[in-house]
Write a protein that binds this ligand. Structure first.
Ligand code: UD1
Length: 391
């Protein structure tokens, strides 16, 4: 079975790593790795290949940055060339970035089955580009691999037939568990002169939190509130750096006592920083999951999350965008009012093995083309509902 695996942006690399590693040991599976080039900076991409020991991509599409339309269309054009040149029995995409949807669309129109890893997550906020990517990728995928039972329920409610949904656990946690010990030797705390449990880590990069002056000021005030209480490490996403520099906010942050501004960090250093932090403040999706496994309190600076299990079972609190509420939550965590999380079901380091097991047992070369779901009227209704959002 020839599987073409797609990565494009930073959060994709740690998700595909365990899948490629497990597949490498299977004699009847051959994987091709395609990097769309959505992320291209050394620190957003190449560094992860080295640290995670990801094989060099078989093909690099080099699409780079652009508007959503430009980026999505560029990936589609180049990925079609890739599929013309190299046969695939299955295309495997991960997560919810623009590259995920673009490649899934190209594959499904060529009648190549798509496997979506991390399917079914929903923020129910259609203004987030990632939510659109999630909903549409799920609708056209043949194999939907979920990280929790809620995600499966979301898919069923959208008319996806149950036999396409496979609850396998969380591949990002496979990678975290494999690298946690190694990360502890990274020396990053010493390099930044930090004491374990006496600092916070912060990341902010969502369009809603950084792209307009008003949002950027609110977000930088949130960071200042945190830095007022303890040292804060803020690795800056290139998007945040470029927006905030044009708003003149970087100079203000630079003057902030206790704030350590860094370039984006590699996987191991960032993992070590989270693992030893007193708390994490973020608008990232993946970090909500990683802190849950590390047992580190996480405050999510957003109005919603597509990962509610990190709140109901993990260490995550959705604090919204209200600065008074944020300050209270920070003070509660620092005074020891910490939510004791538990490990969500199947977040045990074996998700990639489960995915490959499903794919091998239902090798798409031996399966008949997908039948219309029995509840096709339900599926049609769901598609109509999805489409009505865009008209
Ligand atoms: C993308 C994903 C987001 C994910 C995030 C992780 C989409 C819609 N969004 O957002 O879900 O959480 O990646 O980082 O796919 N840039 C660079 N160098 C790079 C990459 C980006 O300078 O290597 C800058 C460019 O100015 C670019 C901007 O960052 O315009 C945004 O990059 P883009 O890939 O469009 O989205 P992200 O914000 O990174």
């Amino acid at each position: 079975m020839r599987i073409t695996c797609v990565v494009g942006a930073r959060p994709n690399f740690m998700k595909v790593t365990p899948i490629l590693a497990y597949a490498a040991g299977l004699p009847d599976v051959r994987c091709r790795l395609i990097h769309t080039g959505q992320h291209y900076d050394e620190r957003m991409s190449a560094l992860f290949f080295t640290e995670l020991e990801l094989p060099k991509p078989d093909s690099y599409l080099g699409v780079g940055s652009g508007s959503h339309a430009v980026q999505t269309a560029s990936v589609m054009l180049k990925f079609e060339d890739e599929l013309n040149a190299h046969h695939a029995d299955l295309v495997l995409v991960v997560g919810d970035v623009n590259s995920t949807l673009s490649c899934a669309l190209v594959a499904v129109k060529r009648h190549i089955p798509v496997a979506h890893v991390e399917a079914g997550l929903r923020s129910r906020d259609r203004r987030m580009p990632e939510e659109i990517n999630r909903v549409l990728t799920d609708q056209i995928s043949e194999y939907l691999f979920t990280t929790d039972r809620d995600a499966g329920r979301n898919l069923l409610a959208e008319g996806i037939p149950a036999e396409r949904i496979h609850f396998v656990g969380n591949v990002m946690i496979d990678t975290l568990l494999r690298h946690r010990k190694h990360a502890r030797r990274s020396g990053v705390l010493k390099r930044l002169s930090l004491t374990p449990r006496d600092y916070a880590v912060c990341t902010m990069h969502r369009a809603d939190n950084v792209d307009t002056v008003e949002a950027a000021e609110r977000t930088s005030n949130a960071i200042a509130i945190l830095a007022d209480r303890l040292p804060v490490v803020l690795p800056m996403h290139p998007r945040t750096r470029s927006r905030w520099s044009s708003f003149g906010l970087l100079a203000r942050l630079d003057r902030c006592r206790n704030l350590i501004l860094t370039d984006p960090l590699g996987y191991l250093e960032f993992l070590a920083l989270m693992d030893n932090a007193a708390l994490v403040l973020t608008d990232s999706g993946g970090i909500q999951e990683e802190t849950t496994i590390l047992g580190v309190p996480c405050l999510t600076f957003r109005e919603n999350t597509e990962r509610p299990i990190t709140v109901s079972e993990g260490t995550n609190q959705l604090v919204g965008l209200d600065l008074v509420r944020l300050a209270t939550a920070i003070d509660e965590v620092l005074s020891g009012e910490i939510v004791d999380g538990r490990t969500p079901e199947l977040w045990d380091g074996q998700a990639a093995a489960r995915i490959l097991h499903v794919l091998q047992s239902r090798d798409p070369r031996r399966s008949p083309p997908p039948a219309r779901p029995e509840n096709s009227s339900l599926a049609d209704a769901a598609i109509a509902r999805t489409c009505s959002h865009f008209t």
